[in-house]
Design a protein around this ligand. Structure first.
Ligand SMILES: NC(=O)c1ccc[n+]([C@@H]2O[C@H](COP(=O)([O-])OP(=O)(O)OC[C@H]3O[C@@H](n4cnc5c(N)ncnc54)[C@H](O)[C@@H]3O)[C@@H](O)[C@H]2O)c1
Length: 250
């Protein structure tokens, strides 16, 4: 691994496990100091311990991205001891066991919770962190390739992830003058804790429908996040990047 992110500080929300943890690990191995902004205390502490054991400068700050006060406190704590935050991966989201109900079975309570975490939470996180970012900083938002193919029985989730794309585009224009870039990653169905209960037949079907004919892993995504945070993408903003083995083409 290179140390190309030495001296950089990145915040990764929802990095106690899953994609977020994989991103934190990759960025840490590339030399960055990483902040684990995670709601689950046990997951956050465990992630911090696992990263530190690899020699990564990692700090867990318990955070609920749907709470204005919580993200403000996290951002302030994350910026302690440095000149500014270099990058944010707004990864946290409610993605676990969300499918199954038709559009008319989803309750208003569940709908509102989805929007509060995935949409409001992403906005609140960026709103709190952006003022603490250095010029040249980069924000990566997390959508999903489901917004392109519109699976049924997932309406609240797909709607929330569609909102992230619009948010990315408008924020790119608002933050551009400050030399902060905002780009959106759209993963396909990825093996991990949130998706472990999906039946094998569905994994097989999904893999068959990708161009590259296999199941997606977190290490198919972490290099793309590193690319979006680093100077190799320095003239790229407001963009959406689907990484799903060619399941969707845009
Ligand atoms: N896994 C996939 O197949 C897939 C595909 C497309 C997009 N995504 C997106 O990637 C992101 C990560 O997904 P994942 O599969 O790793 O999910 P996950 O459930 O494994 O991880 C999500 C993490 O976010 C944390 N979290 C949840 N609510 C939070 C809150 N309010 N504040 C702070 N942290 C919170 C959870 O505790 C967990 O550690 C999500 O935004 C998801 O929508 C995932």
């Amino acid at each position: 691994m290179t140390q190309r992110f030495a001296g950089k500080r990145f915040i990764i929300t929802g990095s106690g496990r899953g994609l977020g943890y994989a991103f934190a690990e990759r960025l840490g191995r590339d030399g960055a100091s990483v902040v684990i902004a995670e709601i689950d205390g046990a997951l956050g502490a465990e992630a911090q311990a696992k990263l530190k054991a690899q020699g990564i400068d990692a700090r867990f700050i318990q955070t609920d991205i749907s709470s204005e006060d919580s993200v403000a406190a996290m951002a302030a704590a994350a910026a302690e001891g440095c000149d500014g935050i270099d990058g944010l991966v707004a990864n946290a989201g409610w993605a676990n066991n969300v499918g199954g109900k038709t559009f008319d079975e989803i309750t208003v309570e569940v709908w509102d919770r989805m929007m509060a975490i995935n949409v409001r939470g992403t906005w609140l996180t960026i709103r709190a962190v952006a003022p603490l970012m250095r010029d040249g900083g980069s924000v990566v938002t997390l959508s999903s390739d489901t917004i392109y193919w519109g699976p049924p029985r997932l309406l609240h989730y797909v709607t929330s992830k569609s909102a992230i794309v619009g948010m990315t585009r408008s924020l790119a224009r608002e933050l551009g003058p400050r030399m902060i870039r905002v780009n959106c990653l759209l993963p396909g169905l990825t093996m991990g804790e949130a998706t472990k209960d999906i039946p094998q037949a569905r994994w097989n079907d999904y893999a068959e429908r990708t161009i590259l004919k296999r199941t997606q892993q977190t290490d198919d995504l972490d290099g793309v996040v590193a690319f979006l945070l680093g100077d190799d993408s320095k003239f790229m903003t407001g963009q959406t990047l689907a990484v799903d083995g060619g399941f969707s083409l845009h």
